[in-house]
Design a protein around this ligand. Structure first.
Ligand SMILES: [Zn+2]
Length: 118
């Protein structure tokens, strides 16, 4: 399952962040999942929950942002959020554009508790 592999990669990054910071417990992970990233946020959240059971990650909070798809017109550089399957630039009707948002899949932050006192 696609989302499960991504969930594992995210937990690996959280684990690495925790180790770099003296082993503090990860309390929260912020994710940006664009609406056309091909990743289902609910499935990803479920995967993270399933994989973190009985690990130090159990009970961590997720904050998921879902940026809308945004295009930039190749002719006039107008930026717009296209409606469904209409890609024409609202300013000049040009049909050629590049995607500048909405396809991201990023970890935006990893929140850690202070490491336990030695
Ligand atoms: Zn345009």
């Amino acid at each position: 399952m696609h989302e499960l592999a991504i969930a594992q990669a995210i937990l690996d990054r959280a684990k690495a962040a925790s180790e770099r910071n003296g082993g503090g417990r990860v309390t929260k992970i912020g994710l940006r999942i664009g609406e056309i990233s091909g990743v289902e946020p609910d499935a990803l959240a479920f995967g993270i929950e399933a994989l973190s059971k009985n690990t130090p990650f159990e009970g961590l909070a997720l904050e998921i942002e879902q940026p809308r798809r945004k295009l930039r017109c190749a002719a006039c550089a107008a930026e717009f959020e296209p409606e469904a399957f209409a890609y024409a630039c609202p300013a000049c009707q040009n049909l050629s554009s590049e995607c500048i948002a909405g396809n991201e899949l990023d970890v935006s932050f990893i929140e850690l508790e202070d490491p336990p006192c030695a």
